[in-house]
Design a protein around this ligand. Structure first.
Ligand SMILES: [Mg+2]
Length: 287
């Protein structure tokens, strides 16, 4: 699970600040009465900015449709590959877990509701509940792959210590191959290359599924958003074939690239970085 945006801290609209405004006005009653203070401009709240993405993920038919589309495409790609295979090695697929086969949006919604930001402690408590639901279409596709004799490997950046709870969750929703032999959590590096290589040493990896470019290749781990986009364009033909991507507008390495991969930035700096990365129209020529 990635880092999440911290909540807004104390803004002008808070009771604390309203009290302060009241004290200031009490010292200058006449001025306040004659010239009410302009309402302060709303300050950016990173927690609030997560609302739209989470609402989309939890309510839109479009999000569910994109998930189905990804798994339908994966099935087509799998069928095509199996039809062409010489059959020398056991076929396998590699899937990421979070926002690929399991939906953690309730944790995200809790962050918003509670004004908290991502912390390993609360995340771990969510993981321990093992109550995440499957992404739309995931169960049918994974069952189909298993029925074709394909092994499923779960390569995730959930931590080693979260293995039991995560396997319990994967088993609860009925996914095949939800066992320690097919589960490769993060032990030290978030880079999944070595874990993918371990799978590839014993299996023919037909396709990979994920919501983050790092789920496919470390070659996408670039420093800037622009470089990430260029790396994707350079491998355009792999997407929808060997690489199947699920949408995630809430978090991911794309967000880190906006911050120069420095998550220690404070809220205001992150908000500024987000806006600085927008490519805006110059506006109407007539007012
Ligand atoms: Mg993921």
């Amino acid at each position: 699970m990635p880092r999440f945006s911290p909540p807004s801290s104390v803004f002008v609209s808070s009771p604390w600040c309203r009290s302060l405004v009241g004290l200031v006005c009490a010292g200058a009653l006449t001025a306040c009465a004659q010239q009410p203070a302009e309402p302060a401009a709303p300050q950016p709240s990173l927690s609030d900015e997560l609302v739209m993405a989470t609402a989309w993920m939890q309510t839109s038919g479009e999000y569910a449709a994109l998930s189905h589309q990804a798994f339908n495409l994966a099935r087509l790609s799998l069928d095509r590959a199996l039809a062409a295979d010489s059959g020398e090695r056991q076929p396998a697929i590699i899937v990421d877990v979070d926002e690929t086969v399991l939906d953690n949006s309730p944790y995200q919604a809790w962050l918003i509701a509670s004004g908290r930001h991502y912390e390993s402690d609360t995340w771990n408590q969510w993981v321990e509940q093992a109550s995440a639901q499957p992404m739309p279409g995931a169960r049918d596709f994974l069952d189909y792959a298993a029925s074709r004799g394909v092994e499923i490997f779960y390569v995730t950046n959930r931590r080693d210590g979260e293995t039991d709870a995560t396997l319990a969750n994967l088993q609860r929703v009925g996914f095949p191959d939800a066992d320690v032999e097919h589960f490769l959590p993060r032990t030290d590096a978030s880079d999944k290359t070595e874990r993918r290589q371990r799978v590839a040493a014993s299996n023919w990896v037909v396709l990979l599924m994920g919501d983050n470019l790092g789920d496919f290749s470390a070659g996408f781990d670039r420093e800037t958003a622009q470089a990430r986009r260029a790396a994707v364009d350079a491998q355009a033909n792999a997407f929808g074939a060997r690489y199947i991507v699920l949408p995630n507008p809430a978090y991911g390495a794309w967000e880190g690239a906006i911050y120069g991969n420095d998550f220690s930035l404070d809220d205001a700096e992150k908000a500024r970085a987000r806006r600085d990365h927008l490519d805006a129209w110059s506006g109407p020529t007539t007012p």
